[in-house]
Design a protein around this ligand. Structure first.
Ligand SMILES: Cc1cc2nc3c(=O)[nH]c(=O)nc-3n(C[C@H](O)[C@H](O)[C@H](O)COP(=O)(O)OP(=O)(O)OC[C@H]3O[C@@H](n4cnc5c(N)ncnc54)[C@H](O)[C@@H]3O)c2cc1C
Length: 345
């Protein structure tokens, strides 16, 4: 275990923002994780687990404890089951499943970050989510100081939620995730953007073609990490799509009709209706390309707050709060932030 001190975290995040980690360690295997946790525990230091840094906003003051960067590598395949170590790049792992012509992740191509981050917020895109393919999650339990394994049902998955970012937040360090896919399965072409992409196709696209289409759609929206794309200096969607009551959704539909700005909503099993946060933000007066000093809204995606160069975490947070206040004032809906805030008082 190699302990480093006062390491800037900005370069380890897709936003390119964040002060220093007082202590920093990169874990290459499970033993490193145990050692690092013991070291922090013995000194009473707080611990933060960092993956690809694509869903975090780290404070300008940095983090006063130990930042443990998960670097565990490894990939195994047993038929339709893929076992990936937590530090593997998610997108590379999607590529491996496509290479084996296995279905289930093709719509999640191009999501940045690590395998370890996928069960935490149950990542998802274009109609697919990690929960639909995760079979098992292996993790280090900081409370019991032992490795444990969770079945899919035990992970408590919901929209952008799991036990790892709700009830047990901060308790587990994911070291491996097992995914079960469908060999030679058909791709999922459920979302409008994807349907439109393949509108002229007579036959079903392959899994690889579907993933390529997803990447191309993401690139056009600035939601793919592409060198030099200013709009990609984000943490992805900064706000979750809120789930509201049918009566509240009906009110929004009426507003949409009277303002000539229609949107699509998605009824959920719970009886609530998921509505697009982007629509709420735009109707509250914040549009793509909005700028506030060095921070702003992506010019191609309303939900992505971006660092236009030299931005601070407090500036991002200030813009996020202004947007939330405007949406709440107009619609009475409090938007929930998606990235984890790290090191804020
Ligand atoms: C351009 C862009 C596009 C995006 N598009 C999408 C999208 O379409 N869908 C979507 O769902 N998300 C999207 N995201 C958000 C992000 O990519 C995902 O949330 C991703 O899973 C985060 O993984 P990470 O490894 O970067 O986690 P980090 O950002 O490093 O960490 C995020 C959280 O997970 C925890 N964590 C990370 N690794 C572990 C581990 N091994 N054990 C325990 N906890 C851990 C951290 O402590 C933190 O709480 C996007 C982000 C960007 C920048």
């Amino acid at each position: 275990m190699k302990l480093l001190e006062n390491i800037s975290l900005a370069g380890s995040t897709t936003l390119g923002i964040g002060g220093p980690a007082r202590w920093f360690v990169r874990a290459w295997n499970e033993l490193d994780i145990v050692e690092a946790c013991d070291w922090a525990h013995a000194r009473g230091l707080p611990l933060f687990v960092l993956g690809g840094g694509s869903n975090v906003l780290i404070a300008d003051e940095g983090f006063a404890g130990l930042v443990l960067h998960v670097g565990l590598k490894g990939a195994e395949r047993d038929g339709e089951m893929f076992r990936f170590a937590a530090g593997e790049s998610w997108d590379h792992c999607v590529g491996r499943t496509l290479g084996a012509n296995c279905a289930g992740m093709e719509c999640m191509a191009g999501i940045p970050g690590t395998v370890g981050g996928t069960p935490v917020q149950n990542v998802g895109a274009y109609g697919q989510e990690a929960a639909s393919v995760i079979e098992r999650v292996r993790a280090f339990d900081l409370t019991e100081r032992a490795f444990v394994e969770f079945s899919n049902a035990e992970c408590g998955f919901a929209y952008r939620r799991s036990r790892f970012n709700t009830a047990d937040k901060g308790r587990y360090i994911v070291t491996r995730v097992d995914y079960r896919l469908r060999r030679d399965g058909a791709p999922l072409i459920a979302y409008q953007d994807l349907k439109a992409h393949f509108a002229d196709r007579m036959n079903t696209p392959t899994l690889a073609e579907t993933a390529d289409a997803v990447r191309s759609i993401r690139r056009n929206k600035g939601m793919l990490l592409v060198e030099g794309d200013q709009d990609a200096h984000s943490a992805g969607s900064f706000f979750k799509n809120p789930a509201i009551t049918e009566a509240a959704a009906e009110h929004l539909r009426n507003v949409a009709a009277s303002e000539g700005a229609p949107f699509r909503d998605f009824p959920e099993k719970s009886g609530l209706v998921k509505v697009p946060a982007a629509w709420l933000i735009e109707r509250a007066g914040f549009n793509r390309g909005y700028a506030m000093g060095a921070v702003g809204i992506s010019s191609r995606h309303t939900l992505a707050l971006v660092n236009r160069g030299g931005a601070t975490a407090s500036e991002i947070l200030e813009l996020a709060e202004r947007i939330r206040a405007a949406v709440e004032a107009r619609f009475g809906i409090r938007l929930e932030m998606e990235p984890e805030l790290v090191g804020f008082a």
